[in-house]
Design a protein around this ligand. Structure first.
Ligand code: HEM
Length: 509
């Protein structure tokens, strides 16, 4: 438990600075406290001036907030200095929010760094829900991410899966251990890059390593970004801008890589008389510079979308593969049942293909269960644009919504044996309930547009690892501790195991 409240050095320094300035804030803010409706949700005890900041700073924020909710209730009013927040940890209240207030919470209201392409004003994650976002979402979903569009890019993914299989096979031959996260990251990164730029990044000239490095750094920086977003108003008053240097630096490095990609596509289009490929940059370049286009897209829009899709899709899918595989190894009965299904449907002579996935319901259930227990995005942040009523409580306008999806998906009121890995629960007939208890991909207008791609990529990767290899680990069980301090749910001890062949090798591709 103590670890949950342990702060790293940097966070500690911020905390001290905040305390030093707290007296100033007291006069600046508490004296001018905004008037709010009287029937606010219950509020747990808070500290003077900083309010509930210590809970938000916790390194395992989803667990700290889960503990808070189990003690004080499923909907809580929190305050960080004078910034109002509502913490929701209930499937039925989540349902009410997305049924009645979806448009009202279709904004993350994070500060956008003007000119920045990392969490800048042109991306998916931070842009307000308006004409641009509607346009970008329509293009991305219809042309690239919905199931029909994914059919067109299936061969690209098959190539990457074959490469993933060959790499694991190579380790098997050399009797080397595999860092599952590392292999999964390469696979997912290449799959997403093919959708974004029509090719995977080159391993030869350091391009792939640069892009993967930026993604990993982005995850670490995201938590700081969210923290700086929450504290921006009080800190701006005294001229402090948190992490600006780091944010500017990563934005510049993304910009350099992305400019090269865009120029490469522009040259190809010039050579091929505007031939349009099935990738995001080509699709968006079609609108770039066209005054009659539905929306006048800028170069920064293209870059912002690229960065957001890369960040939102890579780490999440990679961690999902790692956590799910770890659960499979820890649950030999699940492994056996999964193998039986794959052997029966696919056999042991050819490699599992994406077209097999719809015929493998147990594999689908295993991945769903992995996402339930180890949801890669454990906390969802939104903002109530306008005041409203939720569960009978008054919610003031501009209140930050913190939805603890991790806690909702482990709530014993809605899940039997929530701490146990039981894929069978997803094979039972679903009854329509007025609750939102399964939300690894969020919900509503700002829900994840990459859900279908995520399912096929994760299911396929898990399918290959289970079909083709046995997995040896050191010790009896994989350590399932969560790493503190990251935004995406990360394993504290990366999954390392040694593959041993179980089918004739190599399998027919
Ligand atoms: C297992 C993998 C994945 C998980 C668990 C996941 C989960 C999520 C979650 C929880 C959100 C926030 C939803 C909300 O606020 O309601 C989100 C947003 C988003 N995801 Fe995913 N995601 C995954 C894979 C992907 C992939 C593969 C892509 C695309 C390449 C993608 C693109 C996005 C984008 C662009 C957003 C922002 C949407 C918006 O703000 O309108 N995700 N994702």
């Amino acid at each position: 438990m103590a670890a949950m409240f342990t702060l790293d050095f940097q966070t500690c320094s911020i905390f001290i600075v905040l305390c030093l300035f707290s007296t100033i804030f007291y006069y600046l803010f508490l004296v001018r406290k905004t008037k709010v409706g009287c029937n606010l949700p219950p509020s747990p005890p808070s500290l003077p001036i900083i309010g509930h900041l210590h809970h938000i700073l916790s390194l395992l924020i989803h667990k700290s907030l889960q503990k808070l909710s189990s003690k004080y209730g499923p909907i809580l009013y929190l305050r960080v200095f004078n910034v109002p927040m509502v913490l929701v940890t209930s499937a039925s209240i989540a349902y009410e929010i997305f049924r009645a207030q979806d448009l009202n919470v279709s904004v993350r209201a994070l500060p956008t760094n003007e000119g920045s392409i990392f969490f800048g004003p042109s991306g998916f994650l931070t842009a307000p829900y308006g004409d641009y976002l509607k346009f970008a979402k329509k293009i991305l979903v219809t042309k690239l991410l919905r199931p029909q569009a994914l059919q067109r890019s299936r061969c690209d993914r098959e190539d990457e899966i074959n490469r993933f299989y060959s790499s694991l096979l190579d380790k098997t031959m050399k009797k080397e251990s595999v860092d599952v996260g590392e292999e999964a990251m390469k696979l997912i990164n290449n799959i997403i890059c093919k959708i974004l730029i029509g090719r995977s990044c080159s391993e030869e000239n350091g391009e792939a390593e640069t892009v993967r490095g930026l993604v990993t750094e982005s995850d670490l920086l995201s938590k700081k970004f969210i923290l700086s977003a929450i504290l921006r108003k009080p800190l701006n008053m005294i001229g402090i801008s948190l992490f600006k240097k780091e944010l500017t630096s990563i934005s510049r490095r993304y910009d350099e890589v992305l400019e090269t990609f865009i120029v490469e596509h522009e040259e190809k289009r010039r050579e091929n008389h505007h031939h349009q490929g099935d990738n995001m940059v080509d699709v968006l370049l079609e609108f770039y510079g066209d005054e009659n286009a539905e929306f006048n897209i800028t170069r920064n829009h293209i870059k912002g979308l690229f960065v957001d899709l890369l960040i939102a899709g890579t780490d999440t899918s990679t961690h999902a593969i790692q956590w799910t595989m770890a659960e499979i190894i820890n649950n030999p009965n699940v492994l056996e049942k999964l193998r039986e299904e794959i052997d029966f449907v696919v056999g042991k002579v050819r490699l599992i293909q994406e077209t097999d996935l719809p015929n493998l319901p147990y594999l689908q259930a295993v991945v769903k269960e992995g996402l339930r227990m180890h949801t890669p995005a454990p906390i969802l942040f939104r903002t109530f644009q306008e005041k409203c009523e939720i569960n009978g409580f008054h919610i003031p306008e501009k209140t930050t919504l913190i939805l603890n999806s991790y806690a909702i998906m482990r709530d014993p009121n809605f899940w039997e044996d929530p701490e146990e890995f039981k894929p069978e629960r997803f094979q039972e007939e679903e009854t329509r309930e007025e609750v939102l208890r399964y939300l690894p991909f969020g919900s509503g207008r700002k829900g994840c547009p990459g859900t279908s791609l995520a399912y096929v990529s994760v299911e396929h990767a898990i399918g290959v690892m289970v079909q083709c290899f046995g997995w040896k680990i050191k010790g009896d069980k994989v350590n399932m501790d969560e790493a503190p301090g990251s935004v995406t749910l990360t394993m504290a001890h990366p999954l390392k195991c040694t593959p041993v062949p179980r089918t004739q090798i190599p399998l027919r591709l």
